[in-house]
Ligand binder design. Structure first.
Ligand code: GDP
Ligand code: MG
Length: 157
């Protein structure tokens, strides 16, 4: 099969252990959620193709220019306990994002798939604005299903 030209946008998900980074990625890419918790050793790498303004983009991990990296803040697990046991209020989170130069903020649930698609769309849009993208050649098919488990077998890199 011939390779097509795509644009690579690099996305990195940061946060404390257990906040749902792996789950958000898995919900977005594979539309799957598991209640089981298996700490990620090292990093998860998933690839997802998105279409935005008639162009194809590939989202992946690891920044090439951290200084100018666009951020989006996600408050995850909004499905839990009707919000009664949340640690950071929405007001406080929004105020913090506003004070940091209006970082886009989303309240998400990786479990229910709430705002996950929307948040990653903004990530793609902002990454595109920052000029971080690079043209790459990739094969037409990428298997995103088999790499959703942490790469914990043996090597911790
Ligand atoms: P990570 O350490 O940030 O990668 O966190 P994980 O994605 O491994 O998730 C940690 C735990 O929280 C797992 O048991 C998940 O099932 C659970 N979890 C993640 N996101 C959500 C969510 O949106 N809602 C609920 N109820 N649980 C979640
Ligand atoms: Mg993880």
């Amino acid at each position: 099969m011939p390779s097509r030209r795509r644009t690579l946008l690099k996305v990195i998900i940061l946060g404390d252990s257990g906040v749902g980074k792996t789950s958000l990625m898995n919900q977005y890419v594979n539309k799957k959620f598991s209640n089981q918790y298996k700490a990620t050793i090292g990093a998860d790498f998933l690839t997802k193709e998105v279409q935005f303004e008639d162009r194809l983009f590939t989202l992946q991990a690891s920044p090439s220019d951290p200084e100018n990296f666009p951020f989006v803040v996600l408050g995850n697990k909004i499905d839990v306990d009707g919000g009664n046991s949340r640690v950071v209020s929405e007001k406080k989170a929004r105020a913090w994002c506003a004070s940091k130069g209006n970082i886009p903020y989303f309240e998400t649930s990786a479990k229910e798939g709430i705002n996950v698609e929307e948040a990653f769309q903004v990530i793609a849009k902002d990454a595109l604005k920052s000029g971080e993208e690079e043209e790459i050649y990739l094969p037409d098919t990428i298997d995103v299903g088999s790499s959703s488990q942490p790469r914990s077998s043996g090597c911790e890199c």
